[in-house]
Design a protein around this ligand. Structure first.
Ligand code: NAD
Ligand code: UGA
Length: 444
């Protein structure tokens, strides 16, 4: 497994759990040192225990040497990062670099599998590079096996997937991959490499599209006094639509959807297709992110000098990943408008300190709310769901809550005395518990 990040470490560990012998390689020495010392460089529920178990069973080891990994392996996964370039395209330089290294150390037949998310036709480029370095498909064969795990539930997603997709150019490669995944019971889609690469971008982009669609609906809901949660429920019960990825809120973040949607737009453009549907998906998502700041500002009249508690920093619950986390843009905007920010996150606060060293970090939500004029819910961690609302209200200077994830119940919030705004649901004010006029229509 070349690349021992969120995907490489989870995938490598799960392959070990399935009984295979795995070498996880990374050029980041601090990551490998930490793993060899029994640590875990990321927060992912259940991962620490699984790594520990499989290290003990000697089914997984960690190294900084690609040479060691390549020489000892029959199947080599590329699980390196494919970050966005300034123009939105995918930066494939890490994929290219490890292709060259594999070519350098290959000592017999190797199946080289793309696990990283890559634009369609990357497999072609990998093959060309290998050919230029003197390797034929008899020697190093290329395949695609995109990964569909979600951070926060990665192990479960890997071991119990909806489907496994493999793109291959020979029966031999298919056989290897079928054997590798033999213990996982789910449909396997076997296709050509281009189609497998496309399945990954098309799936992530479709999920992002679903989120932007429901966020667009949330604007109409606010204008007419409807409730987007009920609309989503009513839509989602249609099995053709499905319930998942219809939660309106501050939009999608993380290291995948934003970069994969823009990379898909870019590769479509390079092939002569203007993917305007996805351009609109991105636009809606960008607007959605700062809508909560606007709502807070309108509720408090001005943000200058106001203390705002920000609950949740990671891009979603159960991860410490801050890549493209909405909280970063939101905190930046709050600070730009003169607010004083107090932040709280069960696991991502330490990482956030590097980005915002001057804001106050609190261990608990109640601490963050102490003296705050407004509370902004950014990430729906389970801990925040269990908040004692009476204590929360008495801690705050003014009980204004803007809920970017529609986590709280509007009527309950009103009954507890909050001025409460969420996304695509009628706003409610304390005392009368009746819907009030929406504060914000379309963000400017
Ligand atoms: P990451 O940044 O966490 O990990 C990538 C690792 O690769 C880093 O540790 C880096 O040091 C290492 N690396 C880069 N070049 C290397 C080289 N030449 N030799 C050795 N190590 C090298 O990234 P990630 O989140 O694990 O994502 C990896 C890929 O998987 C991306 O293409 C991503 O889109 C895709 N993906 C990610 C997820 C997810 O949930 N994070 C899910 C599915 C697919
Ligand atoms: C996503 C996909 O779900 C995985 O299948 C895929 O493997 C991965 O990207 C990837 O390619 O790397 P992930 O980004 O870890 O996984 O997390 P998701 O649960 O998909 O959430 C993505 C973002 O969408 C989060 O910011 C989340 O808050 C947001 N979201 C999700 C919504 O705003 N509404 C929803 O209804 C669902």
């Amino acid at each position: 497994m070349i690349g021992t990040g969120y995907v490489g470490l989870v995938t490598g560990t799960c392959f070990a759990e399935l009984g295979h012998r795995v070498i996880c390689v990374d050029m980041d020495k601090s990551k490998i040192d930490s793993l060899n010392a029994g640590g875990i460089p990321i927060y992912e529920p259940g991962l620490k225990e699984l790594v520990r178990k499989n290290r003990k069973l000697k089914r997984i080891r960690f190294s900084t040497s690609i040479k060691e990994g390549v020489e000892a392996s029959e199947i080599i996964f590329i699980a390196v990062n494919t970050p966005p370039l300034p123009d939105g395209g995918a930066d494939l330089s890490f994929v290219e670099a490890c292709t060259r290294e594999v070519a350098q150390y290959a000592n017999g037949y190797k199946l080289l599998v793309e696990k990283s998310t890559v634009p369609v036709q990357t497999g072609e480029r990998v093959k060309q590079t290998l050919a230029m370095l003197g390797h034929s498909a008899n020697n190093i064969e290329v395949a695609s096996n995109p990964e569909f795990l979600r951070e926060g539930s990665a192990i479960q997603d890997f071991l119990k997937p909806d489907r496994i997709v493999v793109g291959v150019q020979s029966k031999k490669a298919e056989k290897h991959l079928r054997e590798l995944y033999a213990k996982i019971k789910c449909p396997m889609v076997v296709t050509d490499i281009n189609s497998a690469e496309l399945i990954k971008h098309a799936s992530n982009s479709f999920l992002a599209l679903k989120i932007s669609y429901i966020n667009a609906i949330s604007h109409i809901c606010e204008k007419v006094g409807a409730d987007v949660s009920r609309v989503a429920e009513g839509m989602g019960l249609d099995s053709r639509i499905g319930k998942s990825f219809l939660s309106a809120g501050i939009g999608y973040g993380g290291s995948c959807f934003p970069k994969d949607v823009s990379a898909f737009i870019k590769i479509a453009e390079a092939n002569g297709y203007d993917f305007s549907l996805l351009k609109k998906t991105e636009e809606i998502n960008v607007d959605q992110r700062l809508l909560v700041v606007k709502k807070m500002e309108q509720a408090l009249w001005t943000l200058k000098g106001k203390v705002i508690a920000v609950l949740g920093l990671a891009f979603k619950p159960n991860t410490d990943d801050l890549r493209n986390a909405p909280a970063i843009d939101i905190i930046r905007e709050l600070l730009a408008r003169g607010a004083v920010v107090k932040a709280c996150d069960p696991v991502a606060a330490e990482k956030t300190k590097a980005l915002f060293p001057k804001i106050e970090y609190c261990d608990t939500a109640l601490e963050a709310a102490q003296g705050a004029h407004g509370l902004l819910l950014v990430t729906e961690w389970a801990d925040f769901r269990k908040l004692n609302l009476a204590k929360l209200k008495s801690a705050m200077a003014t009980p204004v809550v803007v809920d970017g994830r529609n986590m709280f119940d509007p009527l309950q919030m009103a009954q507890k005395g909050f001025v409460y705004h969420s996304i695509g649901r009628p706003a409610v004010a304390r005392l009368d518990a009746k819907p009030v006029k929406p504060l914000v229509g379309k963000p400017s």
